[in-house]
Every structure is written in C-alpha cells, then in structure tokens.
Design a protein. Structure first.
Length: 154
C-alpha cells in the first residue's frame, strides 16, 4: 500500500499521512507526548444519555460502574456534563490509569495516546486500565512499524 501511495502522488492515505506527520514533528524537534489524543468526543444517544471518549460504549452498563454514561442532556446541559466529567463518569479514572500505564511502558504511546476505552474494556474483560489491545497492535503499532520498515527500504 505504501509503495502504491508513493507511486501516485494524487492518492492520499490518511493513516500513512498521520504516521509521516508524526515522524516529521519528531524530526523537527517537536516531542509529541500523546496527550492531544484524549478528546471527550461526547456522544449523545437517542434518549439524551452522554458517553465520553468512546461512542462504542453507548448503551452499555457494567457490574462495577453501573451505567457507562456521564449523564443525560435532557437533565443537565452538555457543557456542565463535560466540566464535571471526572466526578460523573465512574470508569474514567480507571481508563486514565490505563493511559498512564501505556505512557509508562509502551514505545508507541506518543503516536497512539494510550488507546480507546471500548477496546480496553472489551479486550481486557471489562477493565479500562489494561494496556495493549489487538486494535492497538493492528492499527497503531503495525502501522508505524510498516511505514518505518518501508521508509528504511527506500
């Protein structure tokens, strides 16, 4: 895929562009730390319930946390839900602990930012504080390694 992309400058491949942009920032002295990857990305469900960061969690409940929502826009304004997210979102602290574990132990952290809550939750048996997931390995690690491997052969 990278060879085809390099062979035809008209084609853009978002994932390759992202890796090269990241590599360019590092080479120019910018040290991305991955922290810009955490976006609240509020998803509002049909009933007004709000799920943060990971829309795939909408509609799910958990034995430990109860609802995985942050609140409901029918009862509380969205800006207030976001301002109070740390107190309103029971699983958020566990997820952030997982992000910290990724930051401490993964050489790809600066590129991926610590993963996605739904992937961690569903791949780590209902836990948000896990680290590497199959999604991470396939979509982040393999991508960086593939582009880097191709760059070394050019």
């Amino acid at each position: 895929m990278v060879a085809a992309w390099r062979g035809d400058g008209r084609m853009r491949v978002r994932e390759i562009d992202r890796v090269l942009s990241f590599a360019g920032a590092v080479l120019h002295g910018d040290r991305p730390d991955g922290s810009d990857r955490l976006d609240p990305l509020p998803t509002i469900a049909y009933d007004g319930s709000v799920v943060l960061i990971s829309p795939e969690l909408a509609g799910f409940d958990d034995e430990r946390f109860g609802t995985l929502t942050t609140g409901n826009v029918r009862h509380t304004p969205l800006d207030m839900l976001l301002d109070e997210a740390a107190d309103r979102t029971a699983w958020l602290a566990e997820f952030l602990a997982g992000v910290d574990a990724c930051r401490a132990g993964c050489p790809y952290y600066a590129f991926c930012g610590g993963g996605h809550p739904a992937n961690k939750y569903f791949e780590h048996g209902g836990r948000f504080d896990g680290t590497r997931t199959r999604y991470c390995t396939a979509s982040k690690v393999a991508l960086v390694e593939g582009v880097a491997r191709h760059a070394r052969t050019c």
